[in-house]
Design a protein around this ligand. Sequence first.
Ligand code: TYD
Ligand code: MG
Length: 482
Amino acid sequence: MARKTTQYVCQECGGAHLKWSGRCDACGAWNTLIEEAAPEQTPKGLGSRRGRKIAFVGLDGEPGAAPRRASGIKEFDRACGGGLVPGSALLVGGDPGIGKSTLLLQVSAALAANLSCAYISGEESIDQLRLRAKRLGLDKAPVQLAAATSVRDIAAALDDRQGPDVVVIDSIQTMFVDSLESAPGTVAQVRTSAQELIKIAKKRGFCVLLVGHVTKDGQIAGPKVLEHMVDTVLYFEGDRSHQFRILRSVKNRFGATDEIGVFEMTGAGLAEIANPSSLFLADREANVSGACVFAGIEGTRPLLVEIQALTASTTFAAPRRAVVGWDSGRLAMILAVLESRSGLVLGNSDVYLNVAGGLRITEPAADLTVAAALASSASGVPVAAGTVVFGEVGLSGEVRVVAQMDARLKEAGKLGFTNAIIPKMPGKRRRDKLTGGLEIREILHLSDLLALLRPTAGGGRRSGKQGQRSMDHPSREGASHG
Ligand code: TYD
Ligand code: MG
């Protein structure tokens, strides 16, 4: 029987299938299987030929590696764990048009001050690259430019003793290896091109930065297939309608993950945001019901951001729940806990939840903030001005301690916040030390939170309609002082 010479490869996860189907069995993505030439069969097992014995060494010893190469763009260096490691491979993924090329051109220009940097583009012509450099004010930086797509030609230039220290490949999906039959952008091409480039990087000790486009429709292979091959994976994310861009590290063999770098896309390229909290809180209005400030931690850095909720009576048979920047499953859980454990029923209301500024939050510590925003929107009572809220909510409505409470409170204090609603901290002595100058309100259960946001007749806090603004606090508070 003739051996099958083609296979169907998922462009999302790289899973290979013998038969075409609409859905990839491996990752569940739809319409991502593309026919590719099957790899040549390798002989099974080792055979009789004996290999050379490998030598073992102890864990103790001097690491011979050269120091990290910091670009001086602090937000970038932070995301990759303090700078580029020589001989390593780094993947920068993100939606098309989010700013990957801009970021890497800026990074190469910054590195070029001390190192030899090459920028190889398969997407733009030399003229286009020069135009962009001029726009960014980087046209004098000694970056070596090339427009090429053949990995064989690129390898010939890089596999050299006098080769560069840092190489940017923009993008890996445009690269091709001529010995493969599949088209550029398919899993086989992307994987082989990356393999070849990484091999040379390890051999010659330069750092290779691969740009990878993320696609939703599976037209070109996603960076997922490369994640295990590289040392560091950074995702450049953000909403194209917002100017904030977040460089998030999701894998790092040489540093911590979940670290973020924050940038702003301006007319002259990406600008670093050294104090993101003040930026995320900048357009906030004081004393509006349904808004609550969350003191979060992104990587090692505390980050304050506003969470907004809107509840409105529904006109649909099944009420709408729309979430931007948070997990919709987690919202459903908070709504269920609010209803069954503290009697706040939102079953007949549409619920909209938004994390301001286009940030995406994954921490469970935002549970209590979301609950506060929801309760405040439902009751029309604004969360007291200058208050931050954080804490994890359990299924029985209990409020749980979260990590790094002191860092969160300190950041809030720095930005001019005066009050905090937080989980009960263990131990009184510890507590006094860690308040960061804020007046702390510790709560044990969601109902304690709801009690703070209940409309009171002639009480200290005014009740009001949704979205009502306080007249006695027309100015912004909190962040604008920071
Ligand atoms: P780009 O870096 O080309 O994105 P990617 O490489 O991820 O596809 O960025 C393109 C977008 O950035 C484009 O929509 C225009 C915008 N931009 C600015 O706003 N300011 C600038 O200085 C530059 C160079 C680009
Ligand atoms: Mg680009």
